[in-house]
Design a protein around this ligand. Structure first.
Ligand SMILES: [Zn+2]
Length: 232
């Protein structure tokens, strides 16, 4: 038969050239729903696989991903985008009277313009934060290259954002100042890099990486504030 994906002729169950399944199921309403549902709920791959693995064994999923065993792992950037979307949806749903205003004023106290800008563009601000976190982790943990740090930190920020939901409900803190986020980031950096040195050293390096990350976020916030307040 001829592979519908790459036109390679073969007689295997999967195309030896590109891996396309030989027998393709017809798309039905049911198969679309099943596919969508299993991407989210399948514990052996997909979104929940990532959440489970990142919680129980982050060093393993990160190693697998970097070494190329990626099939069952949900792409880190997609993971980051989806977790942030989940966070923002929950954030917009939970409106306790008075709370929203309190959070707004906390954000605005950073500097009105900076606060407003970050609030309106939060999704991008937080997605781009992997760039700054990767500067920090790359400086401290030299084992991976910068691009690998970007992938690893997409897992880290994505997972920390989900954990941040708990902090959001408990402390009513905006994500940027949510202590749970930074505790979680430190813990994950530690777990992922702990094979690279003595435990105590790696622990302090992880704290340093998170601090460096937070300082960069503050500097960017101040920078946005200055630009926003400047009369052009
Ligand atoms: Zn093929």
């Amino acid at each position: 038969m001829i592979c519908i994906n790459c036109k390679n002729e073969h007689s295997e169950k999967f195309c030896p050239n590109c891996g396309q399944k030989s027998e393709v199921q017809k798309i039905t309403f049911r198969s679309i729903l099943n596919d969508a549902f299993s991407t989210v709920t399948n514990m052996d791959k997909g979104l929940l696989f990532n959440v489970k693995s990142l919680l129980l064994n982050p060093e393993e999923i990160v190693n697998d991903y970097i070494l190329g065993k990626r099939k069952h792992i949900f792409n880190p950037i997609s993971f980051l985008i989806i977790t942030i979307s989940i966070y923002l949806i929950v954030d917009s749903l939970i409106v306790v009277p008075g709370q929203k205003q309190e959070i707004d004023s906390q954000i605005y106290s950073v500097g009105y313009e900076a606060g407003k800008f970050i609030k309106n563009n939060f999704k991008y601000f937080w997605i781009l934060s992997i760039i700054w976190l990767s500067f920090s982790t790359r400086i401290i943990f030299r084992q991976y290259n910068y691009a690998e740090h970007l992938a690893v930190n997409s897992f880290v920020i994505g997972q920390a954002t989900l954990a941040g939901l708990i902090g959001f409900v408990l402390f009513r803190q905006p994500l940027l100042f949510n202590p749970i986020i930074y505790i979680f980031i430190t813990w994950m950096i530690y777990k992922i890099h702990k094979a690279q040195g003595k435990k105590l050293d790696v622990f302090f390096q992880s704290v340093a990486a998170t601090l460096l990350f937070f300082i960069q976020l503050l500097l960017i916030t101040v920078f946005i504030g200055i630009i926003g307040n400047y009369n052009w």
